[in-house]
Design a protein around this ligand. Structure first.
Ligand code: SF4
Ligand code: SF4
Length: 316
């Protein structure tokens, strides 16, 4: 096997479901689009997304001798569904253990494999934790195409997968970008409850339920259009992925840690409102639901149990 075939074999043996490789070249066109997205304020209060533009545009600012970017996917689909009209829904990616806990050891194992295949090489791994444009690298490498909902899609896995990246000085053969199979479909754009997909592949976070329920602090109130269209979501939102035709035939993950904790794909908002801090810490250890903190979850739960809170008063 060639070194490229060996590293791809290693990625699959470690447990990744797909792997593709790009040359570690500057993301010139991608950065232009990213900067425009920032300039329009579509990142909302996520100021960290403005930091380190040099590294985002060129991974050689992270690893000067970088030659390749290995991009991997790990399926998190489990065969459970929300019930119609369910309130307190959790986005699918957050049903099990946090990917920030599950995936890094796999990326470390891949980095070690690279060092064995190409002695003397060095690598850095990322999964949503540094100034690396994972989605753009997924497109560059041909891991998938970017759907109109902004997510990376594959015909064999839909979009229910995490993306990890290993930047390495080892030079491997690069793959070709994947064809875009969205075609004339606009199901995600048409179904978004808050019209957050402002043009194909472009999501305005400040209109997105996921952003408000996950990324904003508990003392931040939701704008009326968000509060009125929460559609039962307590943490995140999967509407634009649930309607995607490529997500109809997903194969369940082999990672048990992505199974819903306690078989729960939703939580009763009233239970959240009475949760004590020590119970929160215990219950959501290694869970993505820790991110908005207890007061953030309670804030969203409050909107779900008090729809009147978002209705204009008679005096308005
Ligand atoms: S996650 Fe929900 S709110 Fe955000 S773009 Fe998708 S459908 Fe719209
Ligand atoms: S719903 Fe349709 S347009 Fe949207 S990402 Fe899926 S295939 Fe593409």
């Amino acid at each position: 096997m060639t070194p490229t075939q060996q590293v791809k074999r290693a990625a699959l043996d470690i447990g990744f479901d797909a792997v593709a490789i790009a040359r570690a070249e500057p993301l010139v066109e991608e950065m232009k689009q990213y900067q425009e997205w920032l300039q329009r304020g579509y990142h909302g209060s996520m100021a960290y997304m403005e930091r380190n533009p040099e590294a985002r545009g060129d991974v050689r600012h992270i690893l000067p001798e970088a030659a390749s970017v290995i991009v991997v996917a790990r399926n998190y689909y489990t065969p459970f569904q929300h019930e119609k009209g369910q309130v307190g829904k959790i986005a699918r990616y957050a049903w099990g253990d946090d990917y920030h806990v599950v995936i890094p050891p796999m990326l470390d194992a891949l980095s070690s494999a690279v060092a064995e295949i190409v002695p003397g090489s060095t690598s850095r791994r990322y999964i949503d934790t540094g100034p690396v444009l994972e989605r753009q690298w997924a497109v560059r490498s041909g891991l998938g195409w970017q759907g109109k909902n902004g997510n990376i899609l594959r015909r064999d896995m839909g979009s229910w997968f995490f993306i990890g990246v290993v930047i390495t000085t080892a030079a491997f053969d690069a793959d070709e970008p994947m064809e875009d199979f969205c075609g004339t479909c606009t199901a995600c754009i048409d179904s978004c409850p808050t019209s957050a997909i402002v043009q194909p592949t472009v999501v305005d976070s400040t209109k997105c339920i996921s952003y408000w329920t996950i990324e904003t602090k508990g003392n931040v109130e939701f704008p009326l259009p968000i509060a009125e269209h929460l559609d039962g979501w307590l943490f995140g939102c999967d509407v634009c992925q649930d309607v995607c035709p490529w997500n109809r035939f997903e194969t369940p993950t082999t990672e048990d840690r992505f199974l819903p904790r306690n078989d729960e794909v939703a939580l009763y908002p009233t239970d959240i409102l009475t949760l004590q801090p020590d119970q929160f810490v215990e219950r959501f250890r290694h869970s993505p639901l820790k991110r908005p903190k207890l007061d953030g979850l309670k804030r969203t739960a409050d909107y779900l149990v008090t729809p009147a809170k978002v209705m204009p008063s008679k005096d308005d």
